[in-house]
Design a protein around this ligand. Structure first.
Ligand SMILES: Cc1ncc(COP(=O)(O)O)c(C=O)c1O
Length: 455
């Protein structure tokens, strides 16, 4: 579908950037990086096109993870690149408070047309983390505006990942955050996670067992009383903590319990949004519509930072009261609706539409599922699982060194020209939605080879 500009592994004349040896790497404090290890063997990327990266010395690397779950249309797509360049030329910045620019409205109209029915309003942020904290604030302020100011409690889920800001790490369920960053936002509780390998290992698609785990919300309601709870936030499919799939019927049950108790349901679709499961959003896949939905990543194909919160019209409308000159929702960022981000998002939506990418994952999910599960018998593998164009291979941890086995495999795969992602001892795959079967075969056979010799 998309030709590689430099299919050979030979050095590419178009690749720019210093080789690792020439770089002064002292000043940059890298995010989420094993920095001391990185400096001993830096992994640098200098160029990207469609399904591939190239290193500064011209080595081609297959991107089996869409950058970081975000480059859904593949890299450096012409319509997106052009839209950003033209926008930078025309207008670099417009203040977003009590001011606006036309593309922000144009984009919102298009996003709402794409979103699950009823999510009629869009609030812009610059990242998934900001979208999450925005949605949590929206939920609390919504209840206050309608006279239930005591509904401030937020419910997340164990092993949930909702970005790195204080709201997000508080509703998130990652133990390491609690260890590193101390006191979380108060008034938060957590549902149990749904990952149960004893019952569901090697499931193809959604696991059979565990819908009843949604009833954990009833336990929390009984403990705190529904009248104190503002919202529940979950990833429809938890991505960053290792691709944890909702058991069949789980999300429907969660929706019903939220409705019963007047609790808002927030879907964090930062990963699942924009075609990852073979439908535009996970809400479409599961036929469960949340009250608020957070997105980022694929909204601009990863080209310019942007996030957003979709809200039901009824939630938005509750804010529309009081004197007209007063700000109704005192929240926003200097770069909300940034012109470059809006232009990139418009180019992205056009590219998705041109290539039918928001549903292409449904077709490619079939060979992808087959390929992911072909690793079931490989050494160290204790589970393979998949949904849409997301796959995971879970490995047995080395005693006393959790995460080391997968990290070594990540490094070995990169050496062999395939970029994968690991979290703990779980390998996660999420290729761009333009992926072809030959790319899937290359990624899976590389992982299989590496597993054969892995410690
Ligand atoms: C579900 C989910 N929410 C929020 C975030 C945070 O997004 P960002 O890194 O853009 O802040 C992520 C990032 O991976 C995510 O997967």
């Amino acid at each position: 579908m998309h030709k590689d500009p430099n299919p050979a592994a030979a050095p590419s004349p178009g690749v720019s950037g210093a080789a690792a040896g020439a770089l002064d790497m002292d000043a940059f404090w890298m995010p989420f990086t094993a920095s001391r290890q990185f400096r001993t063997a830096p992994r640098l990327l200098a160029k990207a096109k469609d399904m591939h990266y190239w290193t500064p010395d011209g080595r081609q690397v297959l991107d089996a993870v869409a950058g970081l779950w975000c480059v859904n249309a593949g890299h450096s797509r012409p319509k997106i690149v052009r839209a950003i360049a033209e926008q930078a030329e025309e207008m670099d910045f417009a203040p977003p408070f009590n001011m606006a620019h036309p593309k922000s409205f144009e984009l919102a109209t298009k996003l709402v047309a794409l979103a699950p029915e009823g999510l009629d309003k869009v609030f812009y942020t610059n990242s998934g983390s900001e979208a999450v904290d925005t949605a949590l604030k929206m939920a609390i302020a919504y209840h206050r505006a309608r006279g239930e100011g005591q509904r401030t409690r937020l419910i997340g889920r164990e092993r949930g990942y909702h970005g790195v800001n204080f709201g997000g790490i508080s509703v998130g369920g990652i133990a390491g955050n609690r260890k590193s960053f101390g006191t979380m936002v108060g008034g938060v509780d957590h549902l149990r996670h749904t990952h149960d390998l004893k019952k569901n290992a090697f499931s193809r698609g959604l696991p059979e067992h565990g819908a009843e785990l949604a009833d954990d919300l009833e336990r929390i309601v009984a403990l705190h009383d529904a009248s104190t709870i503002a919202a529940v936030i979950v990833e429809p499919v938890a991505g960053s903590t290792g691709v944890l799939l909702p058991p069949k019927g789980y999300l429907e049950r969660l929706r019903a319990i939220c409705d019963k108790h007047g609790i808002l349901l927030i879907f964090d679709e930062v990963i699942t949004g924009f075609g990852r499961l073979g439908t535009p959003f996970a809400a479409d896949y599961f036929k469960v519509t949340p009250d608020l939905m957070t997105v980022a990543k694929g909204i601009t194909n990863g080209c310019v930072p942007m996030g957003a919160v979709f809200a039901k019209r009824a939630i938005h409308d509750v804010f529309m009261q009081g004197p007209e000159h007063v700000v109704e929702f005192p929240h926003g960022y200097t770069y909300s609706a940034h012109p470059l981000a809006c232009a990139a998002a418009l180019g992205t939506l056009e590219t998705y539409a041109d290539d039918g990418l928001l549903t292409r994952g449904a077709k490619m999910a079939v060979p992808f599922e087959h390929a992911v599960h072909s690793l079931a018998e490989s050494p160290h593998v204790i589970d393979t699982r998949n949904i849409g164009l997301v796959g995971a291979i879970e490995l047995e941890s080395i005693a006393g060194a959790p995460g080391k086995r997968a990290f070594d495999i990540f490094r070995a795969c990169f050496e062999r020209g395939v970029l994968i992602r690991t979290t703990g001892d779980i390998i996660a795959l999420s290729p761009p939605l333009i992926v072809e079967e030959s790319h899937i075969d290359q990624a899976i056979s590389t992982i299989a080879d590496v597993l054969k010799t892995a410690a």
